[in-house]
Design a protein around this ligand. Structure first.
Ligand code: THU
Length: 130
């Protein structure tokens, strides 16, 4: 799929600046590209009670879906610069609700240090009702 990978990764890196992660200190940003070319960003938002913590990817999905956007092409996720952070299992399932196996998933790092995969590779046989 043709899209500007570095631009999407840079948007995720910008969003990472807003990460609220005082407990894990693991700062994550995400940028979700919709089929109509819009980019929805997200960051992780932790909580003192731990379990309400929101991952960066689900933050981005919630922003898009709550604005009526449900068709996506790619998502970039960036954790710490020396990592290639991949979406957690819950986020994989949430992405699968709106995206098919072909969704491109860029896992960084930085816009230099990242690996590219697909939602289908990360979540084989994902669950859907019906
Ligand atoms: N986290 C994300 O935001 N996205 C991921 O893909 C992996 C994990 C967050 C959740 C928590 O705030 C911190 O990273 C450590 O797990």
């Amino acid at each position: 799929m043709s899209f500007d990978r570095k631009a999407l990764l840079r948007k995720a890196m910008e969003a990472r600046k807003f990460s609220y992660a005082p407990f894990s200190r693991f700062h994550v940003g995400a940028a979700l590209l919709s089929a109509d070319g819009r980019i929805f960003t997200g960051c992780n938002i932790e909580n003192s009670a731990y379990s309400p913590t929101l991952c960066a990817e689900r933050c981005a999905v919630a922003k898009a879906v709550s604005e009526g956007v449900r068709n996506f092409v790619a998502i970039a996720v960036v954790g710490p610069e020396n990592s290639q952070t991949t979406p957690c299992g819950v986020c994989r399932q949430v992405l699968y609700e709106f995206c098919d196996e072909n969704l491109s998933v860029l896992c960084g790092g930085t816009d230099e240090n990242y690996m590219e995969t697909t939602l289908g590779a990360l979540l084989p046989n994902g669950f859907r009702l019906s």
